[in-house]
Design a protein around this ligand. Structure first.
Ligand SMILES: C[S@@+](CC[C@H](N)C(=O)[O-])C[C@H]1O[C@@H](n2cnc3c(N)ncnc32)[C@H](O)[C@@H]1O
Length: 252
């Protein structure tokens, strides 16, 4: 794999097609993880979906896009005991937390962390070279064009039969259902941050959530499934949903 990815932080041109978490959002991400009661179940679904498709006893590689502080990685590692993981993240703030949290796995050689923009990293990999790719709450941060480019790269680097699992904010088509779900999630987040006296953090998350709803970023479940099929994935299914979030599995 190409390791010479130059200036990952600077890889994002303006206007921001991708967002990094080198901010309060990244520094206090663990508080966000406590705001949503379904956070553990959501994360485990990503790890379990990889296991269901790859098999519990197989030795294989998982490329994780946007590993953050390790909140998805830990379940990928625990639920796929024979897998080796390469976690990619564009944010040094997040990677510093992941290195501390997952140091044992890094020492034992099961995990490698790379500071890079995910698309650039994938562009540096040969076609059909990766068994599986997992991600959680990352792709919705990309603008529509940047996401399409990333998903096409995911397809290219996956080997035939390989699996892509993405847990993310996937809006339902029905605007009323989506609005209800969105307001419940926002309510849970606000009450957690306010209880902790984190007013600035609350404002930052409010702005982040608002931006996710704009047409240039908003990710609809049905359109996403269609796009993955158009890219070439032959089997795409939703295996889990709660409020605004869903887990999709796509097989090459
Ligand atoms: C909301 S966090 C999710 C972390 C973890 N996967 C989880 O579900 O808890 C999104 C992560 O994606 C990373 N990210 C966003 N855009 C990226 C990109 N273009 N390349 C690599 N990582 C990216 C951010 O830095 C952040 O750590």
């Amino acid at each position: 794999m190409g390791r010479k990815l130059k200036n990952p932080e600077g890889a994002t041109p303006c206007p921001q097609p991708r967002r990094n978490f080198n901010s309060k959002l990244g520094e206090e991400y663990m508080l966000f993880s406590r705001a949503l009661p379904y956070f553990p179940e959501f994360q485990q679904m990503v790890g379990k979906s990889i296991r269901a498709k790859m098999g519990a006893n197989k030795v294989f590689l998982i490329l994780e896009i946007g590993c953050g502080p390790g909140t998805t990685t830990i379940d990928l590692l625990r639920l796929n005991r024979k897998a080796r993981i390469i976690g990619i993240d564009i944010s040094e703030v997040m990677l510093t937390q992941a290195r501390g949290f997952l140091s044992g796995y890094i020492e034992r050689g099961r995990l490698e962390l790379i500071h890079a923009d995910a698309t650039e990293c994938l562009l540096s990999l040969p076609s059909e070279s990766v068994d599986s790719i997992a991600s959680a709450w990352v792709l919705h941060n990309f603008t529509q064009d940047a996401r399409r480019e990333l998903q096409a790269e995911i397809f290219r680097v996956l080997r035939k039969g390989g699996v892509f699992v993405n847990g993310d904010k996937y809006a339902e088509e029905d605007p009323l259902l989506h609005k209800k779900a969105y307001e419940r999630v926002l309510g849970m987040m606000r009450s957690t941050f306010i209880k902790e006296g984190k007013y600035d953090l609350c404002k930052e998350w409010d702005e982040h959530m608002e931006e996710d709803e704009k047409p240039e970023r908003k990710m609809f479940e049905s359109i996403s499934i269609q796009q993955l099929k158009e890219i070439g994935f032959h089997e795409v299914e939703k295996v889990w949903r709660h409020l605004t979030d869903a887990v999709l599995i796509a097989i090459k």
